[in-house]
Write a protein that binds this ligand. Structure first.
Ligand code: GAF
Length: 376
């Protein structure tokens, strides 16, 4: 009989997705981000099975995988690599891992830029840490989950998603310095405003390959800047004048990519200040600035996201809007007056449907706590 029928877990983990208020593609350039976990999550039910075998069943996809801990290697099925990658990374740190059964279910829309991948990686690592008393710290769970994504999935992501999934506190956003990992928890006081996510329901296949290309373009920029400033390690260490000084030695594309990152880091710092002071108008303006940079200089947006952001600009009840996450699809995040939400969703849904023939999804993002055990 299939193991997941009448499944009685030893423990249950809830692992959230994340939003990012501002600071996109800055994490792997060792800059600043402003994310938090949200109430949409993956639930993992786990139990020991006293063997060396692992069985994982996804309720949403109705997919089942079984493998032995003695033989972990990458799969051709991409979703399996999130799981296999985590087990591989845990095995690099400890030999205490044993066989387990796991049933997954999710309220996080896949491919929507809300980081279901980090939620799965971190949730599994967190749950196995508890189940087998592996002794891993939260930050080790963050790092190993990111390593799983690098080594098994192949996306050379920054640290933001895994950090937000594990470290968030309900009601706060995290101003994270991705170089030192110093974090400041800023209370999210939005008054009459809410964070509305509009899901394009688009996930362009370019996303993974272009992500690694952007990383390479930023490295090219850093190498050029190092010729004049040898102490520079990442774009975090660079200002506009340092970039300008090497303009003639790099392509216009690399120049634009670097310029965007320098400007986006500044925007995060200003936005954090504005949020602390309750200046939502300035915060919203910075969100629009972020989108402009992502669209024109970093070129990771797409027509569907640009349409949604352009639509919002004409509305005085929306203070700011931008694409969120890696890009090429997923959600926009909108700072919108609470009284306007219902009507606006109907209006933009109908405009989006007319233009792209796609039914958008809309959610209000509620900042939530990071990965945690659920009481049985
Ligand atoms: C993806 C990555 F996983 C993050 O590390 C981050 O770079 C983000 O894209 C863009 O800000 O979610």
């Amino acid at each position: 009989m299939s193991f997941y029928i009448n499944f009685t877990p030893d423990l249950i983990v809830e692992s959230p997705g994340r939003i990012n208020l501002i600071g996109e593609h800055t994490d792997y350039n060792l800059g600043y981000v402003l994310p938090t976990a949200i109430d949409k999550k993956i639930t993992l039910k786990l139990r020991k099975n006293n063997s060396a075998d692992c069985n994982v069943y996804s309720l949403d996809n109705e997919k089942n995988i079984t493998f032995s801990l003695n033989n972990i290697s990458p799969s051709t099925e991409s979703w399996e690599n999130y799981i296999l990658g985590v087990l591989h990374e845990i095995q690099q740190l400890t030999d205490k891992l044993e066989g387990f059964d796991c049933v997954l279910s999710s309220t996080l829309p896949i491919g929507s830029g809300l980081s279901s991948s980090a939620a799965l990686e971190c949730g599994l690592a967190f749950g196995l840490n508890e189940l087998f008393d592996l002794g891993l710290s939260k930050i080790q769970i963050v790092h190993l989950s990111r390593a799983a994504e690098h080594n098994y999935v192949g996306t050379k992501c920054g640290i933001m998603d895994q950090y937000a999934s594990v470290m968030s506190k309900s009601g706060y956003v995290i101003k994270l310095d991705c170089r030192s990992l110093a974090s400041e928890y800023i209370p999210l006081h939005l008054g009459d405003y809410k964070l509305l996510l509009l899901n394009t329901k688009i996930s362009h296949s370019l996303a993974d390959s272009e992500y690694n290309t952007r990383l390479a373009e930023c490295s090219t920029g850093v190498e050029a800047i190092k010729t004049l400033n040898p102490s520079v390690v990442s774009l975090r260490d660079v200002d506009a004048s340092m970039l300008e000084a090497v303009k003639d030695t790099i392509t216009a594309t690399v120049f634009d990519r670097c310029a965007y990152i320098i400007e986006e880091n500044e925007r995060v710092l200003h936005a954090s200040e504005a949020l602390t002071q309750g200046d939502l108008t300035s915060f919203g303006t910075l969100m629009y600035g972020s989108h402009d940079g992502l669209q024109h200089k970093y070129e990771v947006s797409c027509p569907e996201l640009d349409f949604m952001v352009a639509y919002s600009r004409a509305k005085d009840f929306i203070l700011g809007s931008r694409m969120m996450g890696g890009g090429f699809g997923g959600c926009t995040i909108n700072l919108i007056h609470k009284d306007a939400i219902e009507d606006y969703i109907s209006e933009i849904a109908s405009a989006y449907k007319s233009k792209f023939n796609i039914e958008l999804d809309a959610y209000i993002a509620m900042p939530a706590h990071g990965t945690m055990l659920k009481t049985l």
